[in-house]
Design a protein around this ligand. Structure first.
Ligand code: DAV
Length: 373
């Protein structure tokens, strides 16, 4: 049965098959959350955000929304159905019996929260307290998909307690220094402990039968094990990337572009012993082009490597940030039709073009891209 825009169907098995239906986030009400253990570990020590919290300036919300709306219209003009989440009032306290935080975060990056594997959309545990309730922004859409597509599976991973036991106290200092952080992350001594399963959806790359999951600040080994038990028909592989002092989310580090081709951040290389799996299955790993910018935009958590946070529309077409001239050029040379999308004003709200989207439907089936085990 072929896909049509007015009949909802949930299905997506990888990061590159032809995209037909997607969620694009919103910047409305985005907040800088107050200090909490795992979030503080990610804010660079010299960041302009240290010590700040509360609603982001309205002019920055408006600028981000203008770019998000423009991105959505680019996708729609190409025949892709676009849905948008329902923001909460993020500038209010939230709490469970275990903790309380003064503000939430926002709903710009659906990729962090929602993991689409085939007909299932899974709400991630999340690993920051300020993002514990973020799934609520997507519930209206997920309920709609559930009602309209009898094959859709709506799942939620066990909500974590997120007590102080989930976080290593060693990371509470803002004077750790980058050399020590690099040593710790190389040793896989991350801010999150193994108290309970934790994962953010943006640590998972979907590659047909294989799920490649980054072990780092936002996803622990128990989270990866939970994913492996939850998806028994998949091979779930943990990867890690020494060289990143703040390892959260795989999508500014390791970016599959089409079957057989992945870009790797040259400052965060996949270790040799983990490369073999890709090599023996004829996957080429190329260094991503350098970012065009020396520093991220103001009040932004993410690194300049959002340059490689591209959204693949199909194996020949990719959206990349409009000012990232080196990345645009590299993708062009790799044979893609490249769609430049202005997006830097949205970065501070939670990331780039891949972060800001969540798959609902891509054509194609679950294939095995790694037959040589
Ligand atoms: O390089 O700061 C950003 C990923 C956002 N989802 C980085 C990772």
């Amino acid at each position: 049965m072929s896909w049509s825009p007015d009949k909802t169907k949930v299905s997506s098995w990888n990061e590159w098959d032809p995209l037909k239906h997607v969620i694009v986030g919103r910047a409305d009400g985005g907040c800088i959350p107050p200090p909490e253990p795992a979030l503080d570990a990610k804010v660079p020590e010299d960041s302009d955000m240290r010590g700040m919290f509360g609603p982001r300036p309205q002019h920055s919300v408006d600028a981000a929304n203008a770019q998000l709306d423009h991105f959505a219209s680019i996708l729609e003009k190409r025949g892709i159905r676009v849905d948008r989440p329902d923001p909460l009032d993020f500038n209010q306290p939230s709490a469970t019996p275990d903790w309380q935080t003064e503000t939430m975060f926002g709903c710009m990056p659906p990729r962090d929260v929602l993991l689409t594997i085939g007909a299932e959309i899974l709400e991630a545990t999340m690993s920051y307290r300020c993002r514990w309730f973020e799934y609520l922004c997507y519930r209206q859409l997920l309920q709609q998909y559930y009602n309209e597509d009898p094959g859709m599976r709506h799942e939620a991973a066990p909500k974590p307690r997120l007590t102080d036991k989930d976080y290593r106290q060693d990371y509470l200092s803002d004077k750790i220094g980058v050399p020590r952080r690099l040593k710790w992350t190389e040793e896989k001594f991350f801010v999150t402990t193994e108290e309970e399963p934790l994962f953010d959806a943006a640590d998972v790359l979907r590659m047909g039968r294989d799920l490649i999951v980054q072990h780092g600040f936002t996803t622990n080994l128990k989270g990866i094990d939970w994913l492996a038990r939850h998806f028994p028909d998949h091979r779930v592989r943990a990867v890690n990337f020494p060289g990143d002092p703040y390892p959260i989310h795989i999508d500014a580090t390791f970016t599959p572009l089409r079957p057989g081709l992945i870009m790797n951040n040259p400052q965060r290389r996949l270790p040799d012993e983990q490369r073999d799996y890709f090599a023996r299955n004829d996957w080429e790993i190329v260094d991503a082009a350098p970012p065009a910018h020396q520093i991220p935009p103001p009040l932004c958590y993410s690194s300049v490597w959002l340059s490689m946070n591209v959204l693949v529309l199909d194996p020949k077409t990719v959206c990349a940030e409009a000012s990232e001239v080196y990345q645009l050029e590299q993708l062009d040379k790799l044979g893609f039709e490249v769609i430049p999308v202005p997006f830097r004003d949205a970065y501070a709200f939670g990331g780039g073009l891949h972060c800001a989207t969540g798959d609902v439907y891509r054509e194609g089936i679950c294939e095995d891209y790694f037959p040589n085990q």
